[in-house]
Design a protein around this ligand. Sequence first.
Ligand code: PEP
Ligand code: MN
Length: 360
Amino acid sequence: MNLTDLKNDWIKEFPQPMMIAGPCSAESEAQMLETAKRIKDTNAKVPIFRAGIWKPRTKPNGFEGVGVIGLNWLKKVKQEYGFKTATEVANAHHVAAALEADVDILWIGARSTVNPFTVQEIAEALKGTEKTVLVKNPVNPDLALWIGALERLLGQDIKNLGVIHRGFSTYQKTKYRNNPNWQIALDFKSQYPNIPMLIDPSHICGNRTGLADITQEALNVGYQGAIIESHSNPDEAWSDASQQITPEVLAELISNLKVRNSGIAGFDNEMGRHRTLISDLDFQMIELLSQRMKISEQIGKLKKENDIAIFQPERWKVITEYATQKAKETGMSQDFIEKVFKAIHEESIEKQNNIMIDRK
Ligand code: PEP
Ligand code: MN
């Protein structure tokens, strides 16, 4: 059996778009029950409650999750409020404990998807399970690795599969915590339109303000749901405080979402896809320009310290020649590329001038 043969009827059990919400981490029974109650009270269509029990943290000595005791709290959330439950598993012990506690949906985190040994261990521990298993994209933009993780699960007869797009790490700080890099996720979607894809705007944005836009963008290009971090008291959260929202804000976000005719390769959908990719590239261009300007400012400082003139004709010549050559290679007009580079160069000179005369 191949990934392309999967039926994935599991998602039809849920209202569309399928929403998973809950805190980044389970912290206490009271925090879990209060968050669950408040999500329920909003009447938002959220059938699944998430909470991290074991937390993979970048540095040691941070809060690494409450461990198995948190599984009891997930059980209570299920019993008292009727949610299905979801948590992350990162090794065979986690799998055994989560299955024992009858967690409904398990996901493999971005830091685990990168490691084939870890994925294999999890897959073998889950062998033949009927539960739904969701695979987050690996932290690095590697489509084959993401698909490989799904193949390892299918290799152990795990057939209720889905993926979560949570963005990709970059060294450069950008407005996103993890760059969405839509191209990779959409390439996945076009290869495996049968595998449900959810968006995780919380880990893409790293803040509260961008969540609605990212979620809407994903629905526009046919994603089937979202996993969003929601906490009864986000500012005091023990992990990912800056990106979590209250249940009430979550409900508002959900009620503003416009559900498109997802999955149908019609005009709207194709248009949406192209627009998303264009925004992605525009964003990357702006980021690159801003990095270029910062370097240019550093050069301005050096020029000032060493009494060097700002405008260096031979430097400009190198740039024009390079632009001409690149225009040829990429099939764009020379005129256009020159215009773009002239504009960039002029802005650079302006910035360096400001440094020379100490104008801010
Ligand atoms: C999470 O969902 O809380 C989490 C740890 O996410 P990721 O694996 O995407 O970093
Ligand atoms: Mn988190």
